[in-house]
Design a protein around this ligand. Structure first.
Ligand code: PLP
Length: 393
């Protein structure tokens, strides 16, 4: 009996020869993963990466990326999720139950705070914001209900660099798990685990991708029990990643140290130059000596991301600062960072920080956050100069 054409196309006898090897590994894609027999189904093990069970739980491509990201962070186990924010959410969901509390730095990535204010709150999980520049503020915020302390270095937008070892010591003394949002450091500027941090997450969307074209997040640990907790929650929530996205990050990951160093150099060059301009009140870049927490940055880091904020003098109107941003030609307007394209975004600090905390941190003025891409630094400088001349005269 002849078989149907569709059957022959699906159950085709051809097998390509073994022995193919290339610098970039294959992209394995699957929802279904085939088992040899029923016994193999019954003895399936998704826990130890000794085999494959279902696309959501891993393929050779996603396992490879997990191992490399664990190496990047200096950890041993990694879970990958579809965005940086999903990585924050996974940590929260794996570690927190009704009645628990999580502590978050007051200058943390905004959506991480919004997640706590809205979703966690609805689930009966409390949160408090602490001042990351004051370890005593963390100490006094910890209660019997505290199960997790978030750390971020530097804080998003205001670029204040905290004393991470001091914050970790406070949490450890109370036996509370610490989790670091390491998107800025990217595993290149410093190693969170060397500071005694328990969980290190990162938006791979930024430096590891480097292209502005992928969303992904990672959660790395050195502790098997903690990893299994994260892995179980990951499996139950179904927040896996695609093989194509994993391939894009694997492709870029090999050049992360070079890109980070180049963007660091360009960022420091531009930040220092902007600091000399009369339009500028202050440049917030942890490698600049008068930036908040500079001494902590110097004690902790060997490099800095190509990211900084500029406070323009208060006598400029918001409309003037907006016109300056609109007038930039090479810097484009957009969120995210660490791609090849330089970006600028104005932020109104008053909308997400209390007036009192801004005053205490000397953060008055109109702020624009810059992400430096890979264009020529001279060209970027000329672009900033022409738009300042046009709008901030
Ligand atoms: C971008 C970013 C995130 C979130 O990453 P997404 O992939 O955009 O969800 C989290 N934390 C920090 C510090 C970030 O900059």
């Amino acid at each position: 009996m002849t078989r149907d054409l569709s059957t022959d196309l699906i159950h085709h006898p051809y097998q390509p020869p073994e022995g193919f090897e290339a610098p970039q590994g294959p992209v394995h894609k699957a929802s279904t993963i085939l088992f040899k027999n029923v016994a193999a189904v019954r003895s399936r093990d998704w826990r130890h990466k000794t085999g494959y069970t279902y696309g959501l739980h891993g393929t050779p491509t996603t396992f490879t990326l997990e191992e490399r990201i664990a190496t990047l962070e200096g950890g041993t186990h990694c879970v990958l999720v579809p965005s940086g924010l999903a990585a924050v959410a996974l940590v929260d969901q794996a570690l927190l139950s009704q009645g628990d509390e999580v502590l978050i730095p007051g200058n943390a990535y905004g959506p991480s705070i919004a997640l706590a204010r809205n979703e966690l709150q609805r689930w009966g999980i409390g949160h408090r914001l602490y001042d990351p520049m004051d370890p005593a503020s963390l100490a006094s915020a910890i209660t019997d209900r505290t199960r997790l302390v978030w750390l971020e270095a530097p804080g998003s937008i205001t670029m204040e660099f905290p004393d991470l070892p001091a914050l970790v010591a406070v949490a450890r003394a109370r036996r509370v798990v610490t989790a670091l949002d390491n998107t800025w450091g990217a595993g290149v500027a410093f190693k969170g685990f060397d500071l005694g941090i328990d969980i290190v997450m990162q938006a791979l969307t930024k430096y590891p991708s480097g292209g502005g074209d992928v969303l992904m997040g990672s959660v790395v640990t050195r502790d098997v029990a903690l990893h299994e907790k994260l892995k179980f929650t990951h499996m139950r929530l179904g927040v896996g990643i695609s093989g194509n996205d994993a391939e894009l990050v694997l492709r870029s990951l090999s050049s992360i140290a070079l890109r980070y160093a180049a963007q660091d150099q360009a960022g420091r060059d531009l930040a220092a130059w902007l600091g000399t301009r009369p339009e500028v009140r202050k440049v917030l870049h942890p490698a600049l000596p008068d930036s908040p927490g500079h001494a902590h940055w110097r004690a902790t880091c060997t490099a800095a991301a190509g990211l900084f904020s500029v406070m323009f003098h208060e006598h400029y109107t918001q409309a003037q600062v907006d016109a300056f941003v609109d007038g930039l030609k090479l810097f484009r307007i957009g969120y995210s960072w660490a791609g090849p394209l330089s970006l600028a975004v104005p932020y109104e600090l008053q909308t997400f920080r209390s007036a009192e905390s801004l005053q205490r941190a000397h953060l008055e003025g109109r702020l624009v956050r810059f992400s430096v891409g890979l264009e020529g630094v001279g060209d970027l400088k000329a672009d900033l100069a022409q738009s300042m001349a046009a709008s901030l005269a």
